[in-house]
Design a protein around this ligand. Structure first.
Ligand code: ATP
Ligand code: MG
Length: 384
């Protein structure tokens, strides 16, 4: 069996007690105790703070200074190792005081039996180690939290700083367009329209960037109300048709449902799915947007007739920053965030988002949402 080594700093003004302890320690099997003795309490305090050791044993009676004061002072100065107080006869009432001052345990000198002594020393050392481990973990967690907080503040600041000039740029582009629409200069109108599209793209990118940091921080917020599902879909389809002059956005069916949820977030999902269909199926002539419902759910399917998505990556496309490799990825812009954010939104709205796709035959992205979900009653009454 391995011999364990433990270094003990003993602060004890009585040499006889030192010898007694040394004898008791040599009887403990499997452990070699390196006992370092200091008889002067002031020098003892100094050695506690600078000497290498595993544990400190100190006497309650140390001349003018008592052991408890010494413990308190050592702790005050940052001493972090375990301390065991040695008490004389009839001093058992000081045990609580010792613990309060920062001792880990105490032992009565007249009861220096080998097994008790070894157990107390070992436990005190192990307990202290575990305690320090816990403290370290806790402080690491705090540091991570602090870092996250600072990162969020940074992201918010960047987002704000990026948005401010963009908002102003957008206003200027609109003024230009208005101005030239009066004089009827077609080329300028087209240019300003393109400017506007690019500005919107940038705005969306900034929002996505902000959304993922919110998702990661568990701070993606929802503003819920009743809304007309078909109306939302129609609105988005009409808004997006001008984005493409090749694919026709075709609507199929209706739900006729009023849904409880975050209209704008769900709109964000629909926009992203249609945008993907436009981007990744550029050579097809139509995109079918199918609305369905039953008693409790609405379902939306967005079907394109593009290249489809290989089976092997179908679950990966919902991960942040994932983009299917290939020629298209390089030419079509995107960060690979849209589906990740969309899946998170649908999940938080207690629905499901999935894809059905076969390579070469196009993709169908679908989501279902519950029509009713638990929400505060008063909001139901005020909703129209
Ligand atoms: N309709 C689709 N057809 C083929 N591939 C698709 C389709 N929709 C998504 N993908 C693939 O899944 C990837 C991830 O899509 P996602 O919407 O998350 O990101 P993105 O469109 O690349 O960028 P972002 O939406 O952040 O602008 C895309 O890069 C593309 O490879
Ligand atoms: Mg996308």
């Amino acid at each position: 069996m391995d011999i364990q080594r433990t270094t003990i700093l003993l602060i004890e003004d009585d040499e006889e007690d030192y010898i007694l302890l040394k004898k008791a320690l040599t009887k403990i099997p499997h452990v070699h105790y390196d006992l370092r003795w200091e008889s002067d309490p002031q020098a003892g305090l100094k050695r506690m703070l600078v000497d290498q050791h595993d544990i400190c044993l100190l006497d309650y009676r140390l001349g003018a200074l008592n052991g408890i004061e010494l413990i308190r002072e050592a702790r005050r100065q940052g001493y972090a190792l375990p301390i065991i107080l040695l008490t004389g006869a009839n001093e058992s009432e000081i045990d609580i005081l010792a613990l309060q001052a920062g001792a880990d345990d105490y032992i009565a000198k007249e009861r220096l039996q080998v097994d008790l002594l070894s157990r107390i020393i070992r436990y005190a050392i192990e307990r202290k180690k575990a305690e320090r481990e816990r403290e370290k973990l806790l402080s690491e967690q705090l540091a991570i939290q602090e870092l996250e907080k600072r990162r969020n503040e940074f992201v918010n600041m960047v987002v704000h700083e990026l948005r401010t000039p963009l908002t102003s740029l957008k206003a200027h582009a609109q003024i230009l367009r208005k101005h030239f629409s009066l004089t009827g200069d077609e080329a300028v109108i087209r240019t300003t329209t393109r400017m506007n599209t690019q500005i919107n793209k940038l705005t969306d990118l900034i929002s996505d960037f902000q959304d993922i940091t919110r998702i990661e921080g568990g701070r993606l917020q929802f503003r819920e109300s009743y809304f007309d599902f078909d109306e939302l879909v129609n609105e988005i389809v009409e808004e997006m048709q001008p984005v493409t002059d090749r694919q026709l956005l075709l609507r199929d069916g209706e739900t006729n449902k009023t849904v409880w949820g975050d209209r704008s977030r769900i709109g964000q999902v629909i926009t992203n799915l249609i945008m993907n269909a436009i981007k990744y199926a550029p050579d097809s002539d139509r995109i079918v947007i199918k609305m369905q419902s039953d008693d409790t759910t609405v379902t939306l399917q967005i079907q394109d007739f593009g290249p489809g998505i290989p089976q092997t990556v179908q679950d990966k496309i919902f991960a942040p920053f994932f983009r299917v490799e290939g020629a298209t990825a390089r030419t079509i812009s995107g960060l690979g965030l849209g589906l990740y954010i969309s899946a998170e939104i649908i999940q938080r709205q207690e629905g499901h988002l999935w894809v059905e796709s076969q390579e070469g035959k196009g993709s169908t992205f679908c989501f279902t949402l519950p029509i009713e979900r638990e929400h505060p009653l008063e909001e139901k009454e005020t909703a129209s």
